[in-house]
Write a protein that binds this ligand. Structure first.
Ligand code: GLU
Length: 388
């Protein structure tokens, strides 16, 4: 059978594939330590599940408005005002099937064939594939430890051509964990405004930050940048709601109206009762978010303390998210082989840096319990010692 060209160039998601493999190996009785998916190991907080159960009992089981339940759109707009200083109304919000879906909807809405989309590397591996799915051109700008894995305003400016439509910003970043400062964002915003391009700010890890760093939304830095900004976010990481599939896009009206029309012909509304859980997440106590953040902070310290003395490995201290992006170049093994051998020989699942645009790195997700972290790191260290 001949498949459409647009799909034949698309690679399967390595994060999902390795996570599924690790789970399958565990089910087969293997003692796997999985540092693969970026998926918090906590249960969804009880007041959120209770709200969804109540919604089921109240008959919230029917089709809803394609753009989302009005009460949830309102709650998201209020959250963006309150937490991020972004002046959105409910009409500027589209509720989507997770953050991934919000970004994909945006690509379909904004990108014409041949439009260029600037993506700093290392990047979350789904960004370039989404751009390719709509016949856009991903323009990868490499970064390294010399700029803390951040794109500089000079590099952004140099990558812009008359075909550039969009820049993808992800802070805190998956996989590097870097968080851009207010001053760095202001400098990037100036380039975006001067060169008249759009930016999508993927803020899915906004609540998972450490050591008192400040999380700033680029769109809050002035009216000119606000009108060129689209925000993508969701409930998965902050509220441990990965399987619920509730995310959102916040954008100028024209973008939301067009993306809502798209959603009306593709997925329709997000699962109605799941949206009531999301309302409870935003309107209830935020203590659960802080409790999980503190647990991540403790785990991050354990991972960093353990890895920093290992000859052959190096890693920058991440300010956010729940990943450590480890440089493995001294082992002289590429990241795909490294991760495969580590899984086969030591039963430790990690994600290769190659699909993130950095083949000399691996990604360790510490969104797992401390016992697994300690055991898995012992095995990782044994593996590295045997290979350098
Ligand atoms: N975003 C998470 C990760 O990078 C979940 C898996 C995925 O959707 O890629 O691990």
């Amino acid at each position: 059978m001949e498949l459409a060209q647009r799909i034949t160039g698309i690679k399967p998601s390595v994060t999902l594939a390795i996570s599924a493999l690790a789970k399958a190996m565990q089910q087969d009785g293997k003692d796997i330590c999985s540092f693969s998916a970026g998926e918090p190991d906590f249960a969804t907080p009880q007041h959120i599940t209770a709200a969804a159960k109540q919604a089921l009992d109240r008959g919230k089981t029917k089709y809803g408005a394609a753009a989302g339940e009005p009460q949830l759109r309102e709650a998201i707009a209020n959250k963006l005002q309150r937490d991020n200083g972004l002046d959105y109304r409910a009409a500027n919000i589209l509720v989507t099937n997770g953050g991934k879906h919000s970004l994909y909807n945006l690509m379909v809405t904004l990108i014409d064939p041949g439009d260029e989309v600037i993506i700093p590397a290392p990047f979350w591996l789904s960004y370039p594939e989404m751009v390719k799915l709509v016949d856009g051109i991903p323009v990868i700008v490499n970064t390294d430890s010399s700029t803390d894995y951040k794109i500089t305003p000079e590099a952004l400016n140099a990558a812009i051509t008359p075909k550039t439509k969009l820049f993808i910003l992800n802070s805190p970043s998956n996989p590097s964990g870097v968080v851009y400062t207010r001053a760095e964002l202001a400098a990037l915003a100036k380039v975006i405004v001067d060169r008249d391009i759009m930016v999508v700010s993927d803020e899915i890890y906004e609540k998972i930050i450490y050591d008192g760093v400040e999380q700033v939304s680029i769109g809050a830095l002035g009216a000119d940048i606000f009108e060129r900004t689209i925000v993508s976010n969701g409930f998965a990481k902050a509220y441990s709601m990965t399987g619920w599939r509730v995310g959102y896009l916040a954008a100028p009206l024209a973008v939301i109206q067009a993306a809502s029309a798209l959603q009306g012909h593709s997925t329709s509304n997000v699962c109605t009762f799941a949206q009531y859980g999301a309302i409870a997440a935003l309107e209830g106590s935020q203590e659960c978010v802080e409790t999980m953040r503190q647990a991540f902070a403790q785990r991050r310290q354990v991972v960093l303390d353990r890895l920093c003395d290992v000859p052959g490995l190096s890693c920058a201290k991440p300010d956010g998210a729940f990943y450590v992006f480890v440089n493995i170049s001294s082992t002289n093994i590429n990241s795909l082989d490294f991760c495969q051998q580590l899984l086969e020989q030591q039963l430790v699942a990690t994600i290769p840096g190659q699909p993130f645009g950095a083949d000399d790195h691996i990604r360790i997700s510490y969104a797992t319990d401390l016992v697994t972290i300690e055991k898995g790191l012992d095995r990782l260290v044994a593996f590295v010692r045997a290979h350098i």
